[in-house]
Write a protein that binds this ligand. Structure first.
Ligand code: NAP
Ligand code: ZN
Length: 346
């Protein structure tokens, strides 16, 4: 089936309307009529070539919410009309040790990203900046009724990417968590960590987002442009979630961890890290990373967000504004996620 989409024709080039082919609905597939697709900074890294060569033209988009409009013969979990979501992953082997324990994103045979990936049938995947997508039902999520569709879309990447390390590293009552960077991922981290009952501090470049941070659930807020921040907060945190899309001074942040504290990089800055080993050893600190989350955990996150009334703060845009939105994300001028109204993709 031929559907409308927005694609980047080559690295660093503006996105433009196009049409793409979606496969016929297979026995375990679901055809989704897309309602909303979030704009993740990863879309911009990909299109701009920050992560190396890509199979252009690329249709980005891995924060997808829509309704089921057709199901394959073997699909029992979904019915026509159900509201569903698709995140960053549309396939994996399903058989390796990691897939079997619910870490499909770390599939030993390679998980299939929602766009710019090679699917198991050899075709190149195309993402959510389009009107329809066909996805294996095992990689489709159920979007709870209580969630607004546009506000739910960013949960499929920004939500799970921050929920997973908060869960993994024990955020909750009595723990102090810092969130570095208040963008799409950062604002979800604040909302989710607050709902988990943890004490949340935002570390942002300037004081500009201070009011917003409080409203989102932050208990404390500091500007990283102020050197006093790093002396005042030394040894303070159990957990730091770094969501920054650019290179930062990792050592300055490691110094903010208490004994056995962990800094988790979810931001995918392109540069190599320089780490002072003494800072790790002197307080048994941990420096680690995390990539999205498995399918079962993603469903758990959606249910958690519905239970706590959490959606993203979104600015819904028409598709002809995608390139302007990219420029604003790059300027840290997003409050806090752009979401494309798929009805405007023509
Ligand atoms: P975003 O909305 O652009 O937010 C990034 C925030 O980082 C900005 O709002 C800004 O916050 C801060 N920032 C930007 N440039 C900075 C700089 N030069 N120095 C210090 N702070 C800076 O991006 P996003 O969509 O949240 O994505 C963030 C990163 O996570 C991207 O690299 C993306 O590719 C990556 N990502 C990773 C995963 C994963 O699975 N690990 C999943 C999704 C995204 P302030 O204005 O508050 O300082
Ligand atoms: Zn993303």
């Amino acid at each position: 089936m031929r559907v409308n989409a927005y694609a980047a024709p080559a690295a660093g080039r503006p996105l433009a309307p196009t049409t793409i082919e979606r496969r016929a609905v297979g026995p375990n597939d679901v055809l989704i009529a897309i309602e909303y697709a979030g704009i993740c900074h990863s879309d911009i890294h990909t299109v701009n070539g920050d992560w190396g060569p890509q199979p252009f033209p690329v249709v980005p988009g891995h924060e997808i919410v829509g309704t089921v409009s057709e199901v394959g013969a073997d699909v029992t979990k979904y019915q026509v009309g159900d509201r569903v979501g698709v995140g960053c992953m549309v396939n994996s082997c399903g058989e390796c040790a990691h897939c079997r324990r619910g870490d499909e994103q770390y599939c030993l045979n390679g998980m299939v990203p929602t766009y710019a990936g090679t699917d198991r049938d050899g075709t190149t995947t195309q993402g959510g900046y389009s009107t329809h997508v066909v996805v294996d039902a095992d990689y489709v999520l159920s979007v709870p009724d209580g969630l607004d569709a546009a506000a739910a879309a960013p949960l499929l990447c920004a939500g799970i990417t921050t929920y997973a390390p908060l869960r993994r590293w024990g955020a909750g009552p009595g723990k102090k968590v810092a969130v570095v960077g208040l963008g799409g991922l950062g604002h979800m981290a604040v909302k989710i960590a607050h709902a988990m009952g943890t004490e949340v501090t935002v570390l942002s470049q300037s004081l500009k987002k201070q009011e917003d941070a409080r409203r989102l659930g932050a208990d404390h807020y500091h500007a990283t442009s102020d050197p006093d921040t790093f002396t005042e907060l030394a040894g303070r945190f159990d957990l730091i979630i770094n969501t920054v899309s650019a290179d930062i001074d990792t050592n300055a942040y490691l110094g903010l961890l208490t004994v056995d504290g962990a800094m988790v990089n979810v931001g995918a800055a392109p540069g190599p890290l320089t780490v002072n080993g003494f800072l790790l050893g002197s307080a048994r600190r941990v420096l680690t990373g995390s990539m999205i989350g498995g399918i079962a955990l993603t469903q758990e996150m959606l249910d958690f967000c519905a239970e706590h009334g959490i959606g993203a703060d979104v600015e819904v845009i028409s598709a002809d504004r995608i390139n302007d939105a990219y420029a604003r994300v790059l300027a840290s001028d997003v409050r806090y996620r752009f979401v494309i109204d798929a009805a405007t993709i023509a």
